[in-house]
Design a protein around this ligand. Structure first.
Ligand code: PNS
Length: 159
């Protein structure tokens, strides 16, 4: 069975992520969307909230599982018996970081391969960070994130 892990912060999930997930389920039998507990990045949303949003927006997409992991991605991959890491690539700015991560993961676990998918043409400029900034300044993000995420952002920014 072709199994891919799509890891990330998903703080929060955007239409760009969702575009990748929808296309990835056509290539893999199962896609595990895995939210990382990142010790270096303090998120706007708790991992629990990110999981809730992801569960909601992927509920109608067969072949998707939402999960979280702590520690090294390669250890999680081994636990799930997965060998493919799936990552979305936007414009050139993503390249260096993605290149480093792919090689580091391959160095740590030689049987792990990273597969990149280009983000959709409509979404290539969207990032969770830019969405959070615009939403915090009361900008309209309705075309950039699913409705449920917009609602979570609104609630978070009211606090
Ligand atoms: O959405 P992001 O923040 O770009 O995702 C980065 C992520 C979570 C995929 C990466 O930080 C990661 O794999 N973290 C787990 C810890 C780990 O394995 N680090 C070494 C890989 S370079």
């Amino acid at each position: 069975m072709a199994l891919a892990v799509y890891p990330g912060s998903f703080d929060p999930v955007t239409n760009g992520h969702l575009n990748i997930i929808r296309r990835a389920v056509k290539l893999f039998d199962q896609v595990i969307v895995a939210v990382a507990y990142n010790v270096r990045k303090k998120g706007l949303f708790s991992v629990q909230e990110r999981l809730e949003m992801l569960e909601f927006v992927t509920r109608d997409i067969p072949g998707v599982e939402v999960d979280s992991f702590q520690g090294l991605l390669v250890n999680y991959m081994q636990k799930r018996q997965a060998t493919v890491v799936l990552r979305g690539l936007r414009a050139i700015s993503d390249f260096e970081y993605e290149f480093q991560m792919a090689h580091m993961n391959n160095y740590l676990a030689a049987d792990i391969e990273t597969v990149f998918m280009m983000t959709g043409a409509e979404e290539f400029y969207i990032s969770s960070n830019i969405v959070k900034e615009v939403a915090s300044l009361d900008g309209d993000v309705s075309g950039l994130v699913p409705g449920v995420v917009e609602e979570y952002l609104r609630r978070k920014n009211k606090k």
